[in-house]
Design a protein around this ligand. Structure first.
Ligand SMILES: [Fe+2]
Ligand SMILES: [Fe+2]
Length: 276
């Protein structure tokens, strides 16, 4: 199977770029399944139901989130009827929505997607390792699921790497989000799980994490808020990671980063058919 994951959409600039690229990427490269992290899609803070629908209509099968999931208050309500929107699985019991779910891909395969949030330098949720262990055990790879994708939304690279090794051999891909910068460590681990510490954001990279840089620079200097954070308006880069999985085992055979447009060096997975 061919699976694409795009990192955090930041604001109108980031989501528009991803929405424009996705239909061509899916068609030209015969992608079977697409996951997009949408936690910053609405002006940098959360995602509205209308934006969610636009991202799904463009070709995303599932939208994951993270610590910004509830920034748009309506999300607490509409997430109950939108099973293609995930929030971290390790929120306390009784939290609206779901953190893991089984979907059907374009090729008929069953894909489990799970979203989990780290606890290091972040709001402390339930144990992410125990939570993801339960989700994966409920839906074993090569048995119930033909592929399993885990979005580990975390600040600390150590926690993301530990999560990847914890899941190695049991899921197809562990990919980090939240830090908004693509890492160069994409690899297939010892037991067949593909891994990349951060997929990178879809947003403008002449910025601080996708936001206009003046206010972040001010806050680091003065520790006093001057104005609100607003998404940077520069030329966006669409960033993500692509994998190919073995149809029988569900484990990864190939992994490569994707970067289109903007200021970052462009790269297209070498195992894809064509460009966008
Ligand atoms: Fe983010
Ligand atoms: Fe985040």
């Amino acid at each position: 199977m061919r699976i694409l994951f795009l990192g955090d959409l930041v604001g109108r600039v980031g989501r528009t770029a991803a929405i424009e690229e996705l239909p061509g990427l899916v068609e030209d490269n015969q992608l079977d399944f697409v996951i997009v992290n949408g936690e910053n899609a609405a002006a940098g803070f959360g995602i509205t139901e209308a934006i969610l629908q636009d991202v799904l209509d463009a070709g995303a099968d599932v939208v994951t989130t993270g610590n910004h999931v509830w920034d748009q208050r309506d999300t607490l309500v509409y997430i109950e009827r939108q099973d293609r929107l995930l929030r971290p699985v390790n929120y306390p019991a009784g939290t609206p929505g779901r953190g893991a779910h089984l979907y059907t891909a374009r090729n008929g395969a069953r894909v489990m997607v799970a979203n989990v949030m780290g606890r290091v330098f972040m709001d402390s949720l339930d144990d992410p390792f125990a939570a993801i262990d339960r989700a994966v055990n409920d839906c074993p790879l090569g048995d119930v699921a033909d592929a399993i994708i885990v979005d580990v939304h975390a600040e600390a690279t150590s926690e993301k790497q530990a999560m990847a090794h914890f899941l190695d051999g049991r899921v197809s891909l562990v990919v980090g989000t939240h830090t908004h910068v693509p890492t160069a460590d994409h690899q297939i681990l010892e037991n067949g799980t593909a891994y990349m510490s951060d997929a990178g954001m879809c947003g403008a990279y002449d910025s601080v994490l996708g936001m206009e840089k003046e206010e972040p620079v001010n806050r680091f200097q003065r520790k006093i808020p001057g104005s609100r954070f607003t998404p940077a308006s520069g030329d966006p880069t669409v960033c993500g990671v692509a994998i190919e999985t073995d149809d029988r085992t569900g484990l990864a055979e190939r992994i490569a980063p994707l970067r289109i447009g903007g200021r970052l060096e462009p790269v297209v997975p070498p195992f894809w058919n064509g460009g966008s």
